[in-house]
Design a protein around this ligand. Structure first.
Ligand SMILES: [Zn+2]
Length: 86
């Protein structure tokens, strides 16, 4: 099963609360984002790879892909260990 990767995220500006839906680059992280309302340059919070992870409603596509990979790996590991028990 393929998980659909969302490519749109609504960014909320931390200084003026202005919201804007933005299209995300599929294979890259966007590090800077300028709020169209107050023209504040947003940067990711510590530990986040891009502005969408910090201020958006949806994480960036590379992170979404990563989550899918982790989930699949855990499932196959569980199958493997239950196989050993029987
Ligand atoms: Zn703003």
């Amino acid at each position: 099963m393929k998980k659909k990767i969302l490519s749109k995220s609504v960014i909320t500006c931390p200084s003026c609360q202005h919201q804007k839906e933005e299209k995300m680059p599929i294979n890259a992280c966007q590090f800077f984002y300028e709020c169209e309302n107050c023209h504040e340059i947003l940067k990711p919070k510590a530990g986040d790879c891009c502005v969408f992870c910090s201020y958006g409603t949806v994480e960036c596509p590379p992170i979404q892909k990563e989550l899918v990979v982790v989930k699949v790996a855990k499932t196959s590991l569980r199958k493997l260990s239950s196989g050993f028990r029987t």
